[in-house]
Design a protein around this ligand. Structure first.
Ligand code: NAD
Length: 259
């Protein structure tokens, strides 16, 4: 028996078995959820994603290709969900991208228009794009989560354009939560502490972030992927039916500290 028994949902963002989406999927599956997945287009991406899903003990997964910056890819995913299942209960958005040339220390002010548009499109607009399509496959309501980081609230040197994208993602969460509320669809975001993933390694000064987090956070340590996974279970289950539009920090109490 688990709190996700009888619930089916889709996970965007497993690149490998270190991805935040992978830990979220593991905790959801352990609580009885049925999971659908997407991977970034390309054979290599599909192979790595499939391998990581198999490590979760899920054989022959529902897995389709999706570049979230393409409306036609998102339409295909949501149309296939409608055709195969009619409805789903939850969506996990764990996707972000920015050109790493602008994620170096001191390089925020050099960000080009193209790099800005790409980072905000893939990392923030994609949540809105999923939310508008969710309405069709969540006729009785549902729950949507995304992943953000403290660099969307305060300046974290090196996080740069991704911080601007996270600020947009967090506020998109609130506007979406407000409008989709009458359809009983909840939208929340988890602000996770630094975790050693592919995306994290692209950020300049990432080691300093891990060290600083361990020194300065309330719990004096970094975060485990599983801890974010457990909070995802809470937000996607009926344990949180009164919660929407929130940014929940799972950061060992880092964000509450001023000095
Ligand atoms: P990750 O590299 O494992 O995952 C990022 C995912 O984004 C990958 O699966 C990648 O394929 C996907 N992606 C990138 N561009 C895409 C596109 N155009 N279409 C579809 N998918 C695309 O890294 P992660 O750290 O697990 O990142 C997941 C989320 O967690 C991101 O939103 C990230 O910003 C956020 N986050 C990460 C940390 C951290 O320290 N790792 C901290 C807080 C928040």
């Amino acid at each position: 028996m688990g709190v996700m028994d009888g619930k089916r949902g889709i996970v965007f963002g497993i690149a490998n078995d270190r991805s935040y989406a992978w830990y979220i999927s593991r905790q959801l599956a352990s609580q009885g959820a049925t999971l659908l997945f997407t991977h970034l287009p390309g054979e290599k991406m599909e192979r790595r994603c499939r391998q990581a899903i198999e490590e979760l003990g899920i054989k022959d997964p529902w897995l389709v290709s999706c570049d979230v910056s393409k409306d036609e890819d998102l339409d295909a995913v949501f149309n296939k969900i409608a055709a195969d299942f009619g409805k789903i209960d939850f969506i996990v958005h764990s996707v972000a991208f920015a050109d790493r040339a602008f994620l170096e220390l001191g390089k925020f002010h050099t960000t080009t228009r193209a790099a800005w548009n790409q980072a905000l499109d893939i990392s923030a607009y994609s949540l809105l794009a999923m939310g508008q399509r969710a309405v069709k496959v969540m006729p009785e309501g549902g729950s949507i989560i995304s992943m953000t980081y403290f660099g969307g609230e305060k300046v974290i040197p090196g996080y740069n354009i991704m911080g601007v994208a996270k600020a947009a993602l967090e506020h998109t969460t609130r506007y979406l939560a407000y409008e989709l509320g009458e359809k009983k669809i909840r939208v929340n975001t988890i602000s996770g502490g630094p975790l050693r993933t592919l995306a994290a390694m692209a950020v300049g000064g990432i080691q300093e972030m891990f060290d600083h987090q361990a020194r300065k956070s309330s719990l004096k340590r970094n975060i485990e992927g599983e801890e974010v996974g457990n909070t995802a279970v809470y937000l996607l289950s009926d344990m949180s039916t009164g919660v929407t539009g929130e940014t929940i920090h799972v950061d060992a109490g880092f964000s509450i500290v001023g000095l």
